[in-house]
Design a protein around this ligand. Structure first.
Ligand code: NAI
Ligand code: MG
Length: 362
């Protein structure tokens, strides 16, 4: 077996602090895996004048998987758009062909108090939202500003974007979703707005066609507005959700809040070959950067997804997830998940606890 390589792009803000804890977990697992770090985001802009320099992209391309921290800081807000740190993540998605964004929303029994919903609604919640990443209104052409060519406000300034999906884009995300559902509880909900948008009537038609190849999976369809309601009314009624880029952006953030803390939520972005980029769902949290208070668990759980989906180390992934459950069960809390009266520990101490818990499992 050849040694697998992880490209490590820690980025800005709390990125380096939380990624450092995930790297300690990699070491503790003693796998046949190498890691190599490179600059990305604002850190890369400061060093090279670009948020995604060619060296960093080249490393991401040769590696078997990318472990990503977060990018962004207010101090870059004045830069032109193509130089902003956030462009690095968009560039990586594009260059690596990452089209499927997997965001689990899991509510650990110890943390139900942190949820914005009643504990009985979220205790034991374990859903997976799969968001298409490359199409939809975020990338459709044409887009721009002009004088409105017609209508009641003809001649006035207007801005417009284009929602579009091609059949292959819908088919490949549908296959990812049906396979993921097959590996779980065999239930998939496709979220659309087929009643209003032609793009999403097409989405619904294509997902229904792909379903023929997965007769063991139950498929249902929901309009996005209803899905948003059901997610807060009865979130446990879902298992795997698949949807387009914009609806997925919104619903995955909504689902994140059900679980209490964004500091707990991992994510994966996959290509069609098994390669992927793994990152916490949160951003660079400049408000708490450098203070050893950030929760490293979302990043450590992203590492677990990396081991499972890209490195074929499902056993190691299970060990990492078990270690995280154990540290929560034994009362370890960073500030973001500490209840009132609970003592909060720092980023590094949380890393210590996970590494120690790993040492107790094999
Ligand atoms: P954010 O997710 O960075 O922070 C939102 C709130 O959650 C803050 O109060 C923060 O302190 C807290 N938080 C986030 N992660 C935490 C953790 N691990 N532990 C404890 N608390 C945590 O979102 P915000 O403030 O909107 O964005 C900050 C920067 O991050 C911006 O420059 C934004 O563009 C960037 N960003 C980057 C992303 C990425 O790298 N993929 C994703 C989202 C935002
Ligand atoms: Mg978002």
């Amino acid at each position: 077996m050849t040694t697998k390589k992880i490209a490590v792009l820690a980025g800005d803000g709390i990125g380096p602090e939380i990624v450092a804890q995930a790297l300690r977990v990699v070491d503790a697992l003693e796998l046949d895996v190498t890691t190599e770090e490179a600059l990305v985001g604002g850190a890369a802009y400061d060093a090279y004048g670009h948020p995604l320099p060619p060296e960093t992209l080249a490393l991401a391309k040769v590696a078997d998987a990318v472990l990503f921290g977060a990018v962004g800081d207010w101090k870059y807000d004045k830069l032109e758009r193509r130089l902003r740190p956030e462009q690095a993540i968009l560039g990586l998605r594009k260059e690596l062909g990452l089209f499927a964004n997997l965001r689990p929303a899991i509510c650990y029994p110890e943390l139900t108090a942190a949820s914005s919903l009643k504990p009985e609604l979220v205790a034991g919640l374990d859903i997976l939202i799969i968001r298409e990443l490359t199409g939809d209104i975020y990338f459709g052409q044409p887009r721009g500003r002009r004088a409105a060519p017609d209508g009641a406000f003809a001649g006035a300034d207007e801005a417009f974007d284009t929602m579009r999906y091609t059949r292959p884009e819908i088919e490949r995300i549908a296959h990812v979703a049906f396979r993921a559902a097959r590996g779980r509880n065999k239930r998939l909900t496709s979220v659309d707005k087929a009643n209003v948008l032609e793009t999403f009537q097409f989405w619904k038609d294509v997902v229904t066609e792909v379903h023929a190849e997965y007769p063991d999976v139950t498929l249902d369809h929901l309009y996005v507005d209803n899905a948003a309601m059901q997610l807060v009314r009865a979130p446990k009624s879902f298992d795997v959700i698949v949807t387009g880029n914009m609806f997925g952006d919104i619903l995955s953030d909504e689902a994140a809040m059900l679980t209490g803390s964004i500091g707990m939520l991992p994510s994966a972005s996959l290509d069609s070959s098994g390669k992927g980029l793994y990152e916490p769902s949160h951003g660079s949290a400049p408000d708490i950067a450098g203070r050893d208070v950030a929760n490293p668990l979302a990043t450590i759980l992203s590492l677990a997804m990396l081991l499972r989906y890209s490195l074929d180390h499902a056993d190691a992934a299970n060990r990492v997830e078990a270690a995280v459950r154990e540290v929560l069960a034994s009362g370890h809390r960073t500030a973001d998940i500490a209840g009132s009266g609970e003592r909060a520990i720092g980023t590094r101490t949380m890393g210590d606890a996970v590494v120690a818990a790993l040492g107790r499992t094999t």
